[in-house]
Design a binder for this molecule. Structure first.
Ligand code: SF4
Length: 319
Protein backbone atom coordinates (compact mmCIF):
# COMPACT_ATOMS: atom_id res chain seq x y z
CA UNK A 1 0.00 0.00 0.00
CA UNK A 2 1.24 3.49 -0.82
CA UNK A 3 1.32 5.28 2.50
CA UNK A 4 1.28 8.66 0.83
CA UNK A 5 -2.07 7.84 -0.74
CA UNK A 6 -3.79 7.39 2.58
CA UNK A 7 -6.01 10.26 3.62
CA UNK A 8 -4.68 10.67 7.14
CA UNK A 9 -5.04 14.34 8.01
CA UNK A 10 -2.51 13.94 10.79
CA UNK A 11 0.19 12.02 8.97
CA UNK A 12 2.65 14.88 9.56
CA UNK A 13 2.84 13.55 13.12
CA UNK A 14 4.59 10.52 11.69
CA UNK A 15 7.31 12.52 9.93
CA UNK A 16 9.42 12.60 13.10
CA UNK A 17 7.47 10.45 15.50
CA UNK A 18 7.30 11.53 19.12
CA UNK A 19 3.75 10.33 19.70
CA UNK A 20 4.58 8.21 22.72
CA UNK A 21 7.03 8.57 25.61
CA UNK A 22 9.75 6.68 23.72
CA UNK A 23 10.09 9.70 21.40
CA UNK A 24 12.11 7.79 18.76
CA UNK A 25 11.81 10.61 16.19
CA UNK A 26 11.53 7.94 13.48
CA UNK A 27 10.48 9.16 10.04
CA UNK A 28 7.56 6.74 9.87
CA UNK A 29 5.87 8.50 6.97
CA UNK A 30 9.09 7.91 4.96
CA UNK A 31 9.21 4.22 5.83
CA UNK A 32 11.49 4.34 8.88
CA UNK A 33 10.43 2.28 11.87
CA UNK A 34 10.86 3.26 15.49
CA UNK A 35 10.77 1.20 18.70
CA UNK A 36 7.18 0.09 18.05
CA UNK A 37 8.04 -1.13 14.51
CA UNK A 38 4.80 0.43 13.28
CA UNK A 39 4.52 2.15 9.94
CA UNK A 40 2.28 4.91 8.63
CA UNK A 41 -0.51 2.75 7.24
CA UNK A 42 -3.55 1.41 9.03
CA UNK A 43 -2.67 -2.10 10.22
CA UNK A 44 -5.16 -4.09 12.24
CA UNK A 45 -5.03 -7.51 13.83
CA UNK A 46 -8.81 -7.79 13.82
CA UNK A 47 -12.07 -5.90 13.74
CA UNK A 48 -14.45 -8.04 15.68
CA UNK A 49 -17.28 -8.28 18.11
CA UNK A 50 -16.19 -8.89 21.69
CA UNK A 51 -18.68 -9.77 24.41
CA UNK A 52 -16.05 -10.32 27.09
CA UNK A 53 -15.40 -6.78 28.34
CA UNK A 54 -16.85 -5.38 31.56
CA UNK A 55 -20.68 -5.48 31.56
CA UNK A 56 -20.96 -1.70 30.98
CA UNK A 57 -18.65 -1.93 27.97
CA UNK A 58 -20.72 -3.43 25.23
CA UNK A 59 -23.43 -5.17 27.22
CA UNK A 60 -25.23 -8.11 25.65
CA UNK A 61 -24.49 -6.91 22.11
CA UNK A 62 -20.75 -6.66 22.73
CA UNK A 63 -18.29 -4.04 21.56
CA UNK A 64 -16.90 -3.64 18.04
CA UNK A 65 -13.19 -3.73 18.78
CA UNK A 66 -10.47 -2.59 16.41
CA UNK A 67 -7.22 -4.26 17.45
CA UNK A 68 -4.23 -2.23 16.32
CA UNK A 69 -1.06 -4.17 15.57
CA UNK A 70 2.36 -3.85 17.24
CA UNK A 71 2.69 -1.85 20.45
CA UNK A 72 4.83 0.77 22.18
CA UNK A 73 5.14 -1.34 25.33
CA UNK A 74 5.40 -5.02 24.45
CA UNK A 75 4.94 -6.84 27.75
CA UNK A 76 6.65 -10.24 27.84
CA UNK A 77 3.37 -11.85 28.94
CA UNK A 78 1.06 -10.04 26.49
CA UNK A 79 -2.10 -11.99 25.80
CA UNK A 80 -2.41 -10.34 22.40
CA UNK A 81 1.15 -11.31 21.45
CA UNK A 82 0.05 -12.72 18.09
CA UNK A 83 -0.56 -9.16 16.92
CA UNK A 84 1.38 -7.00 19.37
CA UNK A 85 5.00 -8.14 19.37
CA UNK A 86 7.50 -5.69 17.96
CA UNK A 87 9.92 -8.30 16.67
CA UNK A 88 9.10 -11.06 14.21
CA UNK A 89 5.99 -11.76 12.15
CA UNK A 90 2.51 -11.00 13.46
CA UNK A 91 -1.06 -11.61 12.37
CA UNK A 92 -2.01 -8.41 10.59
CA UNK A 93 -3.71 -6.96 7.60
CA UNK A 94 -3.33 -3.53 6.15
CA UNK A 95 -6.61 -1.89 5.32
CA UNK A 96 -8.01 1.48 4.37
CA UNK A 97 -10.03 3.77 6.59
CA UNK A 98 -13.04 3.18 4.34
CA UNK A 99 -12.80 -0.61 4.55
CA UNK A 100 -12.39 -0.48 8.32
CA UNK A 101 -15.33 1.88 8.68
CA UNK A 102 -17.49 -0.40 6.53
CA UNK A 103 -16.69 -3.36 8.80
CA UNK A 104 -17.47 -1.36 11.91
CA UNK A 105 -20.68 -0.14 10.30
CA UNK A 106 -21.78 -3.73 9.70
CA UNK A 107 -21.34 -4.47 13.42
CA UNK A 108 -23.15 -1.29 14.45
CA UNK A 109 -26.06 -2.25 12.20
CA UNK A 110 -26.47 -5.36 14.34
CA UNK A 111 -27.22 -3.30 17.45
CA UNK A 112 -23.70 -2.72 18.81
CA UNK A 113 -23.32 0.65 20.59
CA UNK A 114 -19.64 0.70 21.56
CA UNK A 115 -16.59 0.85 19.32
CA UNK A 116 -13.25 0.10 20.96
CA UNK A 117 -9.80 1.27 19.88
CA UNK A 118 -7.50 -1.35 21.38
CA UNK A 119 -3.80 -0.46 21.75
CA UNK A 120 -3.74 2.47 19.34
CA UNK A 121 -1.39 4.68 21.39
CA UNK A 122 1.35 4.37 18.76
CA UNK A 123 -1.10 4.77 15.86
CA UNK A 124 -2.98 7.89 16.91
CA UNK A 125 -2.94 9.53 13.45
CA UNK A 126 -4.50 6.42 11.92
CA UNK A 127 -7.02 6.18 14.76
CA UNK A 128 -7.98 9.84 14.46
CA UNK A 129 -9.30 9.29 10.96
CA UNK A 130 -11.62 6.56 12.23
CA UNK A 131 -12.60 8.42 15.40
CA UNK A 132 -13.60 11.55 13.49
CA UNK A 133 -15.74 9.61 11.04
CA UNK A 134 -17.45 7.62 13.79
CA UNK A 135 -18.02 10.73 15.93
CA UNK A 136 -19.99 12.25 13.05
CA UNK A 137 -22.17 9.18 12.58
CA UNK A 138 -25.78 9.35 13.79
CA UNK A 139 -26.61 7.80 16.09
CA UNK A 140 -23.11 8.32 17.39
CA UNK A 141 -21.52 5.17 18.83
CA UNK A 142 -19.77 5.32 22.19
CA UNK A 143 -16.05 5.51 21.37
CA UNK A 144 -13.80 3.67 23.81
CA UNK A 145 -10.00 4.18 24.05
CA UNK A 146 -8.57 0.94 25.45
CA UNK A 147 -4.88 1.54 26.09
CA UNK A 148 -1.81 0.57 28.09
CA UNK A 149 -1.53 4.16 29.45
CA UNK A 150 2.08 4.42 28.26
CA UNK A 151 1.03 7.63 26.56
CA UNK A 152 1.87 11.32 26.52
CA UNK A 153 -0.73 13.84 27.76
CA UNK A 154 -0.15 16.03 24.70
CA UNK A 155 -0.95 13.08 22.41
CA UNK A 156 -4.04 12.21 24.44
CA UNK A 157 -5.21 15.80 24.09
CA UNK A 158 -5.62 15.12 20.34
CA UNK A 159 -8.48 12.80 21.32
CA UNK A 160 -10.41 15.50 23.18
CA UNK A 161 -14.07 15.48 22.22
CA UNK A 162 -13.69 12.27 20.22
CA UNK A 163 -13.20 9.60 22.88
CA UNK A 164 -16.17 9.01 25.17
CA UNK A 165 -14.75 6.41 27.52
CA UNK A 166 -11.12 6.00 28.52
CA UNK A 167 -10.29 2.42 29.47
CA UNK A 168 -6.60 2.50 30.44
CA UNK A 169 -4.53 -0.11 32.18
CA UNK A 170 -2.50 0.84 35.21
CA UNK A 171 0.01 -2.02 35.06
CA UNK A 172 2.90 -1.19 37.34
CA UNK A 173 3.70 0.98 40.32
CA UNK A 174 7.16 -0.62 40.43
CA UNK A 175 9.60 0.80 37.86
CA UNK A 176 11.97 -2.17 38.11
CA UNK A 177 9.15 -4.58 37.33
CA UNK A 178 8.00 -2.32 34.48
CA UNK A 179 11.48 -2.40 33.02
CA UNK A 180 11.82 -6.16 33.36
CA UNK A 181 8.41 -7.07 31.95
CA UNK A 182 7.74 -4.21 29.53
CA UNK A 183 11.02 -2.40 28.88
CA UNK A 184 9.65 0.81 30.37
CA UNK A 185 11.18 1.79 33.73
CA UNK A 186 9.32 5.10 33.64
CA UNK A 187 5.92 3.43 33.25
CA UNK A 188 4.59 4.37 36.72
CA UNK A 189 5.14 8.12 36.27
CA UNK A 190 4.19 8.13 32.58
CA UNK A 191 0.96 6.20 33.13
CA UNK A 192 0.06 8.39 36.11
CA UNK A 193 0.34 11.51 33.95
CA UNK A 194 -1.65 9.87 31.14
CA UNK A 195 -4.48 8.79 33.40
CA UNK A 196 -4.60 12.26 34.97
CA UNK A 197 -5.10 13.69 31.47
CA UNK A 198 -7.88 11.16 30.80
CA UNK A 199 -9.52 12.18 34.09
CA UNK A 200 -9.17 15.84 33.12
CA UNK A 201 -11.04 15.15 29.88
CA UNK A 202 -13.72 12.78 31.14
CA UNK A 203 -13.81 13.01 34.93
CA UNK A 204 -13.28 10.22 37.44
CA UNK A 205 -16.57 8.41 37.06
CA UNK A 206 -18.15 6.12 34.49
CA UNK A 207 -21.53 7.46 33.45
CA UNK A 208 -24.07 4.82 32.44
CA UNK A 209 -27.28 5.06 30.42
CA UNK A 210 -30.62 3.68 31.61
CA UNK A 211 -29.63 0.25 30.35
CA UNK A 212 -26.40 0.19 32.34
CA UNK A 213 -24.10 0.79 29.37
CA UNK A 214 -21.17 3.19 29.62
CA UNK A 215 -21.74 6.51 27.91
CA UNK A 216 -18.79 8.56 29.11
CA UNK A 217 -15.99 8.57 31.64
CA UNK A 218 -13.03 6.59 32.91
CA UNK A 219 -12.53 2.98 34.00
CA UNK A 220 -9.02 1.96 35.07
CA UNK A 221 -8.05 -1.67 34.57
CA UNK A 222 -5.43 -3.61 36.45
CA UNK A 223 -4.41 -7.15 35.55
CA UNK A 224 -3.16 -8.95 38.65
CA UNK A 225 0.00 -10.87 37.75
CA UNK A 226 0.92 -14.17 39.45
CA UNK A 227 3.70 -13.66 41.97
CA UNK A 228 3.43 -9.87 41.86
CA UNK A 229 0.75 -9.05 44.39
CA UNK A 230 2.87 -6.28 45.98
CA UNK A 231 2.87 -4.44 42.66
CA UNK A 232 -0.93 -4.72 42.49
CA UNK A 233 -1.32 -3.39 46.03
CA UNK A 234 0.97 -0.46 45.21
CA UNK A 235 -1.04 0.31 42.04
CA UNK A 236 -4.24 0.46 44.08
CA UNK A 237 -2.64 2.68 46.72
CA UNK A 238 -1.40 5.03 44.05
CA UNK A 239 -4.81 5.27 42.36
CA UNK A 240 -6.57 5.86 45.68
CA UNK A 241 -4.14 8.61 46.64
CA UNK A 242 -3.92 10.25 43.21
CA UNK A 243 -7.45 10.04 41.78
CA UNK A 244 -9.39 9.09 44.89
CA UNK A 245 -11.18 5.84 45.64
CA UNK A 246 -14.30 6.95 43.77
CA UNK A 247 -12.55 6.26 40.45
CA UNK A 248 -14.00 3.10 38.87
CA UNK A 249 -11.55 0.21 38.65
CA UNK A 250 -11.63 -3.22 37.06
CA UNK A 251 -9.47 -5.85 38.75
CA UNK A 252 -8.69 -8.56 36.24
CA UNK A 253 -7.91 -12.11 37.32
CA UNK A 254 -7.85 -13.60 33.84
CA UNK A 255 -4.07 -13.84 33.40
CA UNK A 256 -3.10 -16.79 31.21
CA UNK A 257 0.57 -17.72 30.57
CA UNK A 258 1.76 -17.53 26.98
CA UNK A 259 4.59 -19.72 25.60
CA UNK A 260 7.16 -16.91 25.93
CA UNK A 261 6.97 -17.06 29.75
CA UNK A 262 6.39 -20.79 30.14
CA UNK A 263 9.53 -21.29 32.29
CA UNK A 264 8.96 -18.34 34.61
CA UNK A 265 8.07 -19.48 38.16
CA UNK A 266 5.54 -16.66 38.46
CA UNK A 267 4.40 -15.65 34.99
CA UNK A 268 4.43 -19.27 33.85
CA UNK A 269 1.40 -20.13 35.97
CA UNK A 270 -2.15 -18.90 36.57
CA UNK A 271 -3.09 -16.54 39.38
CA UNK A 272 -3.85 -18.22 42.71
CA UNK A 273 -7.15 -17.42 44.47
CA UNK A 274 -5.36 -16.09 47.56
CA UNK A 275 -3.33 -13.67 45.42
CA UNK A 276 -6.42 -12.20 43.82
CA UNK A 277 -8.30 -12.12 47.11
CA UNK A 278 -5.46 -10.10 48.71
CA UNK A 279 -5.76 -7.50 45.96
CA UNK A 280 -9.56 -7.27 46.20
CA UNK A 281 -9.30 -6.98 49.98
CA UNK A 282 -6.91 -4.04 49.65
CA UNK A 283 -9.24 -2.34 47.16
CA UNK A 284 -12.06 -2.61 49.69
CA UNK A 285 -9.80 -1.37 52.51
CA UNK A 286 -8.81 1.66 50.43
CA UNK A 287 -12.47 2.51 49.86
CA UNK A 288 -12.92 1.75 46.16
CA UNK A 289 -16.61 1.23 45.58
CA UNK A 290 -17.11 1.49 41.82
CA UNK A 291 -16.00 -1.08 39.32
CA UNK A 292 -15.60 -4.75 38.68
CA UNK A 293 -13.93 -7.85 40.03
CA UNK A 294 -13.73 -11.29 38.43
CA UNK A 295 -14.44 -14.72 39.79
CA UNK A 296 -11.49 -17.07 39.39
CA UNK A 297 -13.88 -19.97 39.71
CA UNK A 298 -15.74 -18.77 36.64
CA UNK A 299 -12.63 -17.80 34.68
CA UNK A 300 -12.59 -19.34 31.22
CA UNK A 301 -10.13 -22.14 30.58
CA UNK A 302 -8.61 -20.05 27.82
CA UNK A 303 -8.60 -16.34 27.52
CA UNK A 304 -5.89 -15.44 25.02
CA UNK A 305 -7.58 -14.46 21.76
CA UNK A 306 -6.77 -16.41 18.60
CA UNK A 307 -6.02 -13.74 16.02
CA UNK A 308 -5.51 -16.35 13.31
CA UNK A 309 -9.24 -16.84 13.48
CA UNK A 310 -11.64 -14.40 11.85
CA UNK A 311 -13.48 -14.32 15.20
CA UNK A 312 -10.67 -14.26 17.82
CA UNK A 313 -13.00 -14.33 20.83
CA UNK A 314 -15.74 -16.56 19.57
CA UNK A 315 -14.80 -19.60 21.59
CA UNK A 316 -13.71 -18.01 24.84
CA UNK A 317 -15.18 -14.67 25.85
CA UNK A 318 -13.60 -13.15 28.95
CA UNK A 319 -16.46 -13.11 31.43
S1 SF4 B 1 4.90 5.68 18.57
FE1 SF4 B 1 6.51 4.20 17.97
S2 SF4 B 1 7.90 5.37 16.64
FE2 SF4 B 1 6.62 6.87 17.72
S3 SF4 B 1 7.78 7.48 19.51
FE3 SF4 B 1 6.49 5.77 20.15
S4 SF4 B 1 7.68 3.89 19.86
FE4 SF4 B 1 8.69 5.55 18.73
Amino acid sequence: MDAAALPFPDRDLLAECALCPRECRAARSAGELGWCRTGADLSLGAICLHRGEEPAIGGRHGIANLFFTRCNLCCVHCQNHEISRTRGPIEERETTLREALDEVEALLAGGVRHVGFVSASHAVPQALGLLRALAERRPRPVLVWNSNAYEKPETLRMLTGLVDVFLPDFKYADGDLAERLSGAPDYPEVAARAIREMARQKGTNLLLDDGGLAESGLLVRHLVLPGHVENSLACLRFLAADLGPSVPISLLAQYEPIPAVAGDPDLGRRLRPEEYEAVVKEAVRLGFFRGYTQSLAEAPAHYSPAFRSRHPFEEHDRR
